[in-house]
Design a protein around this ligand. Sequence first.
Ligand code: ADP
Ligand code: MG
Length: 719
Amino acid sequence: MTFPNQPGAQATGVSRAFPVAGAPGWCNVVPAMSNLEQSVQFLKGVGPARADLLAKLNVGTLGELLFHFPRSYDDLTDLRSMDKIEAGVLQTVQGEVVEIDGKELPDGRQVAKVVISDPKGKCVAGTWFNTMMFVNKLHYGQQVTFSGKPKWYRDHWTMNHPRVQVVNEGEAKLEVVPVYPLTEGLRLENLREAMRAALEKAARDVPETLPEAARVQRAYPPVEQALWQVHFPETLPQGVHARRRFIYEEFLILQVALAVRRRGVRDRQLAPKLSTTPQIDAHIRKLYPFRLTADQDRAVAAIVKDLASDRPMQRLLQADVGAGKTAVAVYALLVAVANKHQAILMAPTEVLAQQHWQTIEKYLAHSRVRRALLTGSVAPKEREQTLNAIRAGEIDLVIGTQALIQEGVEFAKLGLVVIDEQHKFGVNQRARVKKLGVDPHYLVMTATPIPRTIALSVFGDLDTSTIKQLPPGRQRVVTRWQAETQRERVYQRFQEEMKKGRQAFIVCPLVEESEKLDLTAATELYEILRTGVFKDFRVGLLHGRLADDEKRQVMTDFRERKLDLLIATVVIEVGVDVPNATLMMIEHADRFGLSQLHQLRGRVTRGNVAGECYLFAGVTTEEARQRLRAIARTSDGFALAEEDARLRGLGEFFGTRQHGLGDLRFGDLLHDFDLLEMARADAIEIVAGDAGLRKPEHTALRHAVLARYGQTLDLAAIG
Ligand code: ADP
Ligand code: MG
């Protein structure tokens, strides 16, 4: 069996997250003279040459070696009698050597064959190519075992390159053999020998991080025993269980960190109570030209409750594309303003800040809310005035880019921060905003539906509101993955629809390494289409190299229907709300992730006409094929997000660095979800009983949490 999150198997190659010996912070936990700090070089059978090889695996000390876990196990304990053999499954058979044979094939390869037989005369043959090693050591009449995956060949079972063991005194030695991530020149046997020596020397020095109560409740072995069992299990289940202990431990440390942070924020900070009276509610609802959907209402109710408390709201608002989260955020902003507090809405980019500004201007057309837009393109003098007004409390509502607002805006009376993260995530960012001034309430919006497993980990310290429903009458977009031969037909379709007054996007991917190339591609495409198939239409080009005001101009033209077709390379900046745009074509669709594709096509589902999205891609990998099939089949963003995470692995799905918590070393959020939930429940209980982790039984856990997450999560609360 193979484990999903393994250095060898699915290596992301990024930093080691787990606080093993040698990692920063380990010194908190390990006594100065610990054997864990010793170099592997002095282990029996290692020496300088092998130490260099181990260094390539990031193993320098005994502690690091102990946490270099097997990638998989070969279970040789499954001993079968020869009439119970099953094809293709690793198993072991025992018998007497009855035939030893070596010959050369016509192509020059040497093939060796050894046949063993049981007392009933059933036989299994082992074959080896280009190695006579075993054969020379074996002799007729000897009892041996073969371990391997049998195949039925003509009239008998054979195993290719089985593992052979000579059976002494009638007892076969049946083992579970750990298989390690290796590097060239380092043999499995060497590593196993070194591991055994390291375990003997240093395993007892590894501190026990798990509180006794949790460990016993979950029936995990103590750390020393668990290490032995991970490396040299007696049975496969024992090895797997011991390994789960370490995954659980890793999750527990993460979840305790999140629980501590959550409590820290809630218990130590006081936020203004922002209450929503029936008058305020009625007043706000009058601003919408529509009725909120049931999902929106539920989100609003949760927010209203949070805001009325003097503990800062910490809420994540996630919604499928176009499901109306901005509308909900506006409600929250206005509650703050109605309570005579300032509120801010921050967007990740200039264009999105603009977009929000326009949206909110629509809602607030007849309101007296004093509001300001803060972006890079606001002239310095005007910005200075705005900043002064904000400081003096003369502005209620500020909309702007995250960078600008964080840079140095002082608020007279800040009550609520809304962050539109779009596809960007980050605990760090949230930590930074928190320090803006007083303790505001806090709403994070995300346009990428987040699988529950991520919500529990990356956003484990936030409450979550989810909008799945689309506004009434809204059509899901029809998505088709098209063969290149269909291109002309799709162009025709665009022409027909644009003649009727509809608008369209053509999106080209942007790959950072070859930004220039892509730019050329998009520009060329623009020229070709503008002067070719679409010469009777007004075509615009939007790409990342344009200056902000040029971008804004193009967007405005498109929104005001001065353009029929927009060719765009810039994914996030396509975050536009143009209900009249109903057509989209995506070039090289295989270069986009599932969530991105879903975001993109969300741009043509804004109105009440069913959007159409055509994907073009010369697909080379099976994974890409699966992705495109999934996007064409499924319109539910949440289902897609799960699918995406499954296809790519969570690390990729989020971009390891984006979520800001670093890689998990042993655990895999999707695969080990049961452990994640378990660890979360235990963490909440632990922190509920001992918020500062001051009890003696929590000392080691506290050290581990601080070492791993103290900085990232700003855990002053337990520092
Ligand atoms: P999101 O921020 O999730 O992308 P928005 O709040 O921007 O969604 O809403 C998307 C579009 O749907 C906007 O044009 C908005 O006016 C409209 N909308 C939002 N909520 C509703 C609703 N309850 N009924 C009808 N239209 C709605
Ligand atoms: Mg929006």
